[in-house]
Design a protein around this ligand. Structure first.
Ligand SMILES: [Zn+2]
Length: 250
């Protein structure tokens, strides 16, 4: 793959540019300040029309909503409704640096997957606001302003102190924590560079890094002799994961 410093979207499904962007994406309209743009860029379903061949393929909105709905596997949880999808703009200086670091890392290790992460949100971002709030305990905003922090990764989980993601949206939903319960829920879809991922058949709570010669771990599910019901992958460095979009759902 050729290196493009402005492309943090190596996903082969990525369709760009989207004429329905309401706000200029920093990579297409950068005019000087990292902070003048909102952190979220709304995307809309593009009407598929045989008269307009440009729009006849799957677009970003469809790809993300399909991934979210197909990943909703818990039989006891009612199927959610998607209210809105936003792309993360990486419009702050930290966000821009972070996206570039991710791109460098991904180009080294490969094996990028699009995986969900649920976390705490204290504000109205995605549900009235397009800008991240200033609270340091609003994890969602901390992630989309800069990105994930290994300092905030908790140590007592199944595979130690790492950043946990899953292809199962209903599993990430367990970790979605809306401080205001009356609001729609919000989940992050990430680009995760798993590189060489070690399949783990049992828990290993004191891990601090990927095993030697590996870049990440993936939990084997019950069906494959492991100890988890649903998919779970863990990376142990901040540049191995980059928030890509957020899904607002009820
Ligand atoms: Zn917030």
């Amino acid at each position: 793959m050729s290196y493009n410093p402005y492309c943090v979207y190596p996903d082969p499904y990525y369709v760009y540019p989207n004429p329905y962007y309401v706000f200029p994406h920093p990579y297409y309209g950068y005019t000087g300040s990292y902070h003048e743009y909102p952190q979220l860029v709304p995307i809309l379903p593009v009407p598929i029309s045989s008269n307009n061949l440009l729009h006849s393929g799957p677009n970003e909105y469809e790809i993300i909503s399909e991934r979210f709905l197909n990943g909703w596997l818990h039989p006891d949880k009612p199927t959610p409704t998607i209210k809105q999808i936003f792309l993360v703009a990486h419009s702050t200086r930290e966000g821009h640096t972070y996206a570039r670091n991710f791109n460098d890392y991904y180009n080294r290790v490969g094996n990028m997957q699009m995986l969900f992460h649920g976390t705490r949100c204290e504000c109205r971002i995605g549900r009235g606001s397009l800008k991240a709030c200033d609270s340091e305990t609003c994890n969602l905003c901390e992630i989309i302003k800069g990105s994930y922090s290994m300092e905030k990764a908790k140590g007592q989980q199944m595979f130690g102190r790492g950043i946990y993601t899953t292809e199962v949206s209903s599993k990430a939903d367990v970790y979605v924590d809306n401080v205001d319960d009356s609001q729609d829920s919000i989940m992050i879809l990430n680009q995760v560079a798993l590189g060489r991922s070690k399949i783990m058949y049992e828990a290993c709570h004191n891990m601090q890094a990927a095993p030697p010669t590996y870049d990440s771990v993936t939990a084997a599910t019950y069906a494959h002799g492991g100890e988890v019901r649903y998919h779970e992958a863990v990376v142990y460095r901040e540049d191995a994961i980059c928030p890509h979009a957020i899904v607002v759902y009820s």
